[in-house]
Design a binder for this molecule. Structure first.
Ligand code: BGO
Length: 695
């Protein structure tokens, strides 16, 4: 059996899905966490049930891509049953979708979720009475605590075995007679779900009317004739969609009133409301958000914790420990290989190639995890939803709504899911713009670059340097958005509606889950793509075109030749003019494949050929830091960092952009824009900086 979960965004579908399937899908307090359907198995005493979690929707009239996914699944793939999850604390609004699900013939059960929250708000809902009013079973549950979930599955299995007659609010409305005529016409033609389609045709749903016109011109004309006989009241004029919505709300408010007693204390401020008076303050809200972000960077990257000279922040301290551990591993491997008299190439490959390459990025893992821990705390407490609300007004100036801030926030983690997250945006213009701007929001894979460069080049203000990269990326995104909006991507910005959840203490389980996902992703990438690439890079930097071994990392190696050939393109950016600078160029190029490769490539190419005694005194990370301080000036480092921030994020992101943009021309345009912006911004930084005498 297949059961589909359908409901409004934030009604708790993902929480219920995870509880039923034992899954760990991401639960979030904003719309768009589920943009595509997910499937899992619920093990039940009588067998296994496939559970399909549909994206959150407000209606079955498809306006957004999520609504299309959900509608098509229910209407075309006919699951055995739909579990309609409704938020008990927002019953009237949630039942709007239920009235549409009732119009299909698919068996339906209503899961009255968040009953715990409704109880504590003083709402008393009688499930039996509600079930009597709606004509389908209603089961009170708390997906969060598990209360009532077993009962829900039992009821669902029983209901799936029985058939259900569709019903519509229109039967009780002034246009009930005409509506019946349309239903009968469709039923005569053996259309599946005739009640559902009849309502959609009355509403004037474009998808439905076009489809009907293609199928039967005569039937389409007949329905238009019936519609013209309907007399809508003066206020609604000819707006059938508004008339249907009106009928739905009238029906809901009448029925809900009969099933609900008690009411929330409307005029009393809750604790969340009081916190919001401060944190979402019109003037101070955004400065406070920036201040919190700065504190997060200070805790993670500063070499002078709490501004005390020489005291490392927790992030830097942990990074140092990991770096020492990686050096210890390299030294042990080298000692072992020397004792066993391993061939020189084998020692080079393992120690100077794989261990130097992976070690260079692995040492930043604690800082990556720390940054994501802080971001997860901000998200899980409910604060990030406020940040989206605060950002709505400024983003609107740049042709985006606050809704676009949510996928952009995801972009600070990884551009790939963030690009999928842009599906929550209603207009195609906003979706394409958000995808285009995504790389400018620094993802986790770029963190080792900022951490390494800020430690090597800006040791006294490492936290500020990383903060500047993040805010610099946002500033470039804003300017690019303004330019694109006034030129290629003109159009309206859609309104932003979002519920702000109450603040709550972040749960340890959810935080650990976030960190575990990050850690797993990082380790998997380090041990597959990056380990493989380090072998290739070591080979290309130790062999020449006739495949004989040359001096390690010399200009005569294959990579040396390649980097030298491409260097003129980067020369105006300031980091590809000097001797040895082909190494920085090669690091930039490998970074186009995966951003972790920038530092792992540098780890290999700037490796002086570690010998046992060199390692005894200094670790590999410190050697690379010292080398970068010699090769880069603060100005060329800033240019190098900006190019890496703004250019193609990685090949996985290119594939995601391709899937979302659907068209080679658009993809090529976006890739060109990324490279063009990266080159131009790095060029401006280096040349303006040189002009004003910054070095
Ligand atoms: C946050 N009871 C209560 N009290 N809350 C519930 C219940 C329930 O039965 N079920 C779900 N929630 P999703 P969609 C959150 O994430 O499953 C909460 O969109 C927060 N997160 O925990 O994602 C659930 O899949 C920070 O709340 O819904 C989640 O349908 C502050 O409802 C929210 C406050 O659940 C949406 C809440 C970072």
């Amino acid at each position: 059996m297949r059961f589909a979960l359908a409901g409004n965004p934030n009604s708790g579908k993902t929480t219920l899905f995870n509880r039923l399937t034992g899954g760990a899908a991401r639960v979030g307090n904003w719309p768009g966490v589920t943009v595509d359907k997910k499937e899992g198995i619920c093990k039940y005493s009588a067998g296994a049930i496939a559970i399909v979690d549909l994206p959150g929707i407000y209606s079955l009239s498809p306006y957004t891509p999520e609504e299309v996914v959900a509608r098509n699944y229910i209407i075309e793939e006919n699951p055995e049953l739909v579990i309609n999850i409704v938020d008990a604390t927002n019953l009237e609004r949630n039942l709007y979708l239920s009235t549409q699900l009732l119009e299909t013939e698919t068996p339906l059960v209503i899961a009255l979720n968040m009953i715990d929250a409704a109880d504590s708000e003083g709402l008393k809902i009688d499930p039996q009475a509600l079930s009597g009013e709606l004509g389908v079973p209603v089961v009170p549950i708390s997906a969060l605590t598990g209360r009532g979930v077993a009962d829900l599955i039992e009821t669902a299995c029983r209901s799936a075995a029985a058939s259900r007659k569709a019903s519509s609010v229109l039967e009780h409305s002034a246009m009930g007679g005409e509506f019946r005529q349309i239903v009968n016409l469709l039923a005569e033609k053996e259309v599946e779900h005739p009640v559902f389609h009849a309502v959609k045709l009355l509403e004037g749903d474009k998808l439905e009317t076009d489809e009907l016109k293609n199928r039967s011109g005569a039937l389409s004309e007949e329905i238009t004739r019936i519609k013209s006989a309907i007399k809508l009241d003066a206020e609604l004029e000819n707006d059938f969609a508004a008339a249907v919505a009106d009928a739905r709300y009238k029906y809901i408010s009448g029925r809900v009133r009969r099933a609900v007693a008690g009411s929330r204390t409307a005029d009393k401020l809750t604790a969340s409301d009081k916190i919001d008076l401060v944190l979402t303050n019109k003037i101070l809200g955004i400065p406070m958000f920036l201040f919190f972000m700065y504190i997060v960077f200070h805790l993670t990257f500063s070499n002078s914790f709490l501004w005390v000279e020489g005291l490392p922040s927790p992030g830097v301290w942990l990074q140092g420990l990991t770096e020492d551990f990686m050096s210890f591993l390299s030294a042990a491997a080298l000692r072992l290989l020397t004792e066993r008299e391993a061939a020189e190439w084998a020692r080079g490959l393992l120690v100077d190639g794989v261990l130097a390459g992976i070690g260079a990025i692995l040492s930043f893992l604690p800082q990556i995890l720390m940054l994501f821990l802080f971001l997860s705390i901000m998200e899980d407490s409910g604060y990030m939803a406020r940040a989206a609300f605060l950002m709505d007004k400024p983003l609107r100036r740049f042709g985006l709504s606050g809704k676009a801030f949510l996928p952009m926030l995801m972009g600070f983690g990884c551009s790939v899911p963030a690009m999928l997250g842009t599906r929550v945006l209603e207009s195609e213009k906003e979706r394409h713009l958000a995808i285009m701007l995504m790389p400018f929001f620094s993802c986790g894979a770029k963190l080792p670059i900022w951490a390494m460069f800020s430690a090597a080049i800006f040791p006294d203000s490492a936290d500020l340097a990383v903060f500047a990269v993040y805010t610099g990326g946002i500033a470039v995104a804003a300017v690019t958005a303004v330019i694109l909006n006034r030129t290629v991507w003109r159009g309206e910005t859609t309104p932003f509606i979002m519920e702000l959840p109450s603040y709550r203490m972040p749960g340890a389980r959810s935080l650990l889950l976030h960190l575990w996902e990050k850690l797993k992703g990082f380790v998997v990438r380090a041990s597959t793509v990056i380990a493989g690439a380090t072998v290739v890079i070591w080979f290309l930097s130790n062999f020449n075109l006739s495949l004989s071994m040359v001096e390690a990392n010399s200009a005569g190696s294959i990579l040396g030749l390649l980097g030298g050939a491409v260097a003129p393109f980067f020369a105006p950016l300031g980091f590809a003019g000097a001797e040895d600078s082909w190494k920085a160029v090669v690091a930039v190029l490998t970074g186009l494949i995966a951003k972790e490769m920038v530092i792992s490539t540098m780890g290999i190419l700037y490796n002086p050929g570690i010998e046992g005694d060199a390692l005894a005194d200094e670790n590999a990370g410190a050697l690379l830091t010292g080398k970068l301080a010699e090769v880069f000036t603060p100005l060329s480092a800033a240019s190098f960092m900006m190019f890496n921030l703004l250019s193609i994020p990685c090949m996985a992101a290119v594939a995601a952009a391709n899937a979302e943009l659907r068209g080679f021309k658009r993809l090529a345009g976006v890739i060109f824009l990324w490279l063009f912006t990266a080159w131009s911004v790095a060029f401006l930084i280096f040349n303006i900086g040189s002009f004003i005498g910054w070095r």
